[in-house]
Ligand binder design. Structure first.
Ligand code: UDX
Length: 424
């Protein structure tokens, strides 16, 4: 099938490479000439495991082409995906201005048989809004909602092996085209109406954020009452209704989705006149998690971080990505810095201009008083902790991901602090 993807951001790149992998011919539209030049040269603007290989294969098989002009990109397409940013506005609402202006501009080039598919995370009612825009422009192409559920770091697998693909449309013929498009994937196709498809995306992310935040609170409570959160979660997770997934204690959620989507969902509820206190509490509790960690670190220094040197393992918001958007590592580091500490960071993939970056995991703790494990990169498990102990001025490790083995840390002569395990 001939497909167009508008937007060579994170979602658009994975969608393009995934569709080419299924044998479709993909035209990728992106208005940044620099980005197109990079892609033409075989360079990807993001780090995502497996994505480079998919792109190389798509290029070798002539299944992908890059277009700096969106009108040229949609030529001959049966399906046109919109994978454009929806950044939060001042109120936390997803800002649709980019999508709306692209749709207005593209309307003249969309033929009646084309299907415009909204892949970006958009507020409930966007499908209807775009329908109105197209009607006003005299364009009768269809609009289908097909939200993305990609996790950074496993996005290629999420595309190739996702549990479900949500397709929101009132038209059986459009549903059939999308069914053919995704043929070959093991995913369950869920056909529904556009509003339900739009809400499904927010409901899934808000639930996951809620679950994670709840278990972070259980971890904090374990600290207060002297329980071991690892034991608690083992006992809780064995209940089949709950399961052991997505409950790892940490510094709270970051990235491009959960912070943005939970806030956007609150505005959706507010606009609909629905009071949603549980979601308000999740957002507030999650923010407090970073402050709590900063407070615990400050307490290790007897309440004064003035002159403390702190090295961070990890800048990315989670392992497997170079993305630092809303990264808890950066939030905690900024908080510690504002309280007088000086910060250095090292991350296997991510870079940040906000802090001095070290050249490696030992360099970052050179003369440091404390090491914070802020991202759960498996690479950290392979670092020789006796080298860490030698390089440091102090001897304290604060593991904000419960990544390291406490006995291994201690046998290197270091003091170990982590989350929810006050007695280990
Ligand atoms: C998420 C959703 O999973 C995905 O379906 C959606 O489309 C986009 O948002 P992503 O932001 O890439 O994906 O990350 P995810 O792996 O879901 O993690 C979100 C946050 O929760 C990260 O900050 C992560 O570190 C944290 N997390 C996750 C934990 O602290 N503990 C866990 O057990 C799981």
């Amino acid at each position: 099938m001939q497909v167009t993807v508008i937007g060579a951001g994170y979602v658009g790149l994975v969608q393009s490479a995934g569709l080419a992998h299924l044998g479709h011919s993909v035209r990728l539209g992106e208005t940044s000439h620099d980005r197109i030049d990079e892609l033409e040269r075989g360079r990807l603007p993001i780090y995502e495991p497996g994505l480079h290989e998919l792109f190389e294969r798509a290029r070798a098989n002539n299944l992908i082409s890059f277009h700096a002009d969106n009108h040229a990109a949609v030529e001959g397409a049966e399906v046109v995906f919109l994978a454009l940013p929806t950044p939060p506005d001042g109120d936390g609402r997803a800002d649709l201005s980019i999508i709306e202006s692209v749709v207005r501009d593209l309307a003249a080039s969309l033929t009646p048989s084309m299907i415009l598919v909204v892949k970006s995370t958009v507020p409930v009612g966007t499908n209807a809004r775009l329908r109105t825009l197209l009607d006003e422009a005299g364009c009768s192409a269809s609009v289908v909602s097909n939200p993305e559920f990609l996790s950074e770091g496993s996005a290629v697998d999420d595309f190739l092996k996702s549990e479900r693909i949500i397709i929101g449309t009132e038209h059986p013929s459009d549903a059939e085209v999308l069914r053919r498009l995704y043929e070959g994937l093991p995913s369950k196709l869920v056909f529904t109406d556009p509003i339900s498809a739009e809400l499904t995306k927010y409901a899934a992310n808000a639930y996951l954020a809620t679950r994670l935040t709840f278990f972070n609170a259980i971890s904090n409570l374990s600290e207060e009452v002297g329980a071991d959160v690892v034991e608690v979660l083992r006992g809780v997770g064995l209940d089949r209704r709950i399961g052991e997934h997505f409950m790892r204690p940490g510094p709270g959620y970051g990235g491009s989705c959960f912070p943005k989507d939970t806030s956007a969902m609150l505005t959706i509820a507010r606009d609909a006149g629905y009071h949603f206190p549980i979601l308000e509490a999740v957002i507030q509790t999650d923010r407090l998690q970073r402050t709590r960690i900063a407070d615990r670190i400050e307490a290790i220094f007897d309440g004064s971080l003035e002159g403390a040197v702190i090295g961070f393992w990890g800048a990315a918001f989670k392992a497997g990505t170079d993305d630092t958007r809303e990264s808890p590592a950066l939030v905690i580091a900024k908080e510690l810095e504002s309280r007088g500490a000086s910060i250095r960071m090292w991350d296997p993939e991510a870079e940040t201009s906000e802090f001095a970056m070290a050249t490696g995991p030992i360099d970052v703790v050179d003369e440091a008083d404390l090491l914070v494990v802020a991202t759960e990169w498996p690479e950290f498990l392979r670092v020789d902790l006796s080298e860490v102990a030698k390089a440091m001025r102090g001897d304290t490790v604060f593991d904000a991901r419960n990544l390291l083995d406490p006995s291994v840390v201690r046998s290197a002569g270091l003091t170990y602090h982590c989350l929810g395990r006050p007695r280990i």
